[in-house]
Design a protein around this ligand. Structure first.
Ligand code: AMP
Ligand code: MG
Length: 443
């Protein structure tokens, strides 16, 4: 990391961080060891954006299948137009019209032209298309009909304004390899091969369980003392953003029975995410329930926000187990923890081994203070200044309950565990929240 270089002696004192706590990388490493790629299955092409191909796609035919016109104009023998100019045009007999989707009903003969539209297959024997603009078509002010003549104003070269069969993709060519991520362009190319279904790694289903006696579902009438369940919504939105299928399971009360009941309905997912109940005050319920239903580890992760984290495996009735990620309850902590641990788990399940978040180096407008030797993820807005440099400013109150400062952040600026502050005009690494996570370059 290229933070502004400082000599060891003038660097502010380093923190002696708590080795009992796990680093983000240690926690992530442990969690990710429980995840692998999900199955490949037939998938509707429409809706496959962002999924990973589970097959090698071969071209069953040339694209385009037929040599065709790139312009609206006249299909000609180029040799008929030798020496043509506006003042000394070649006059050709128009013997027909061919539109996109049609095949000309006759071959071209010397001294003739066939009116042709963009995308229409080139008539037999024609070797060039002369656009309307280079004929007298436009100045005549009426549509040219068969049996009329047309004046050609230029000398056409062979292949002018022609798209050759197979110039995009040749029959039998490998178009995409298995493992390729489907972007909008890939989806279009596969559709151009006539397919509406492909083999793709299926999307993970992520069950979302909220816990807390204080929670109301958005849409319910407000009751004093309660708060609306925002975590289910923000986490569901992140699951969708990262290519999964959220399955929101509702709210468990802070009782063993209630949590058990809600969890029972969540076990068929690929990942169960709970929020809250993992901090000191009340984690006993979550811990007891999860321990009785599988295996759980409660960790303190050396990060701010989102220190308390639970991870475990829940037993299903059929003897298999489903991974469980227990996020902290504070709304920002829940989102930051899902970024660091839920998102990479989803990527592995989706067959995307690259789990690093796209990040850049910025110059800070505000200091990031590290009070207690934990890695700080500060909510920032990254912008480009007049000189073209990336800079970042804090989005406001950094309390882990202040969700609005997360909403307007487009990145998380990092102050490492062992550095007590990144000062104004020093470099920081920022994990970008609004940059695409998939790099499509696969050539
Ligand atoms: P806890 O982890 O249960 O101690 O909760 C920490 C904080 O997060 C408390 O202020 C809770 O009210 C809040 N909180 C817990 N769950 C949610 C939720 N689903 N949506 C919004 N805030 C929550
Ligand atoms: Mg609670």
């Amino acid at each position: 990391m290229s933070r502004k270089p400082r000599e060891e002696h003038d660097r502010p004192h380093r923190h002696h961080y708590d080795a009992e706590m796990l680093s983000v990388e240690e926690a992530r490493g442990r969690i990710l060891s429980y995840f692998s790629q999900l199955s490949v299955e037939p998938t509707p092409l429409l809706g496959s954006l962002g999924q990973v191909l589970g097959e090698r796609v071969l071209a069953p035919f040339h694209v385009p299948q037929l040599t065709n016109s790139a312009m609206d104009g006249y299909a000609v023998f180029s040799s008929d137009t030798t020496g043509s100019t506006k003042n000394a045009p070649t006059v050709l007999q128009v013997i027909g019209v061919v539109a996109a989707g049609q095949i000309a009903d006759q071959p071209l003969k010397p001294g003739t032209a066939i009116r042709i539209m963009t995308g229409a297959p080139l008539p037999q024997n024609a070797d060039a298309v002369v656009p309307f603009e280079d004929t007298d078509e436009l100045e005549r002010g009426e549509t040219v009909k068969p049996d009329d003549t047309v004046a050609i104003h230029i000398e056409a070269e062979p292949n002018d304004n022609i798209r050759q069969a197979g110039e995009d993709i040749r029959q039998g060519d490998k178009v995409f390899e298995a493992g390729h991520i489907l972007g909008a362009g890939e989806v279009g190319v596969i559709a151009s091969l006539g397919r509406s279904e492909i083999q793709a790694v299926r999307r993970p289903v992520v069950a979302i369980v909220s816990t807390g006696d204080e929670l109301l579902q958005p849409g319910e009438n407000y009751r004093p003392g309660k708060i609306y369940n925002s975590n289910a919504y923000s986490i569901a939105a992140m699951v969708t953003k990262y290519g999964g299928i959220p399955s929101v399971k509702g709210i468990a009360k802070d009782t063993v029975e209630s949590l058990e009941t809600v969890l029972d309905g969540a076990l068929d997912a690929d990942l169960v995410v709970t929020s809250a109940g993992v901090s000191k005050g009340d984690y006993d319920i979550v811990k007891d329930v999860l321990a009785s239903k599988g295996e759980i580890a409660l960790w303190s992760v050396r990060m701010r926000p989102a220190k308390p984290l639970a991870f475990g495996l829940l037993d299903r009735k059929d003897g298999t187990r489903v991974p469980h990620l227990g996020l902290p309850g504070n709304p920002v902590s829940a989102m930051v923890a899902f970024e660091q641990f839920g998102r990479p788990a989803m990527r592995l399940m989706m067959g995307k081994p690259q789990v690093e978040k796209p990040s850049i180096e910025v110059l800070m407008d505000d200091p990031i203070i590290n009070h207690d030797g934990r890695r700080v993820y500060a909510r920032v807005q990254v912008y480009v200044d007049e000189s073209g440099a990336y800079r970042a400013k804090l989005t406001g109150n950094q309390s882990s309950g202040v969700l609005s400062s997360m909403a307007i952040a487009n990145g998380l600026a990092i102050c490492p565990d062992d550095i007590d502050m990144i000062d104004v005009d020093e470099n920081a690494k920022v994990e970008m929240l609004d940059w695409p996570d998939d790099i499509f370059g696969t050539l």
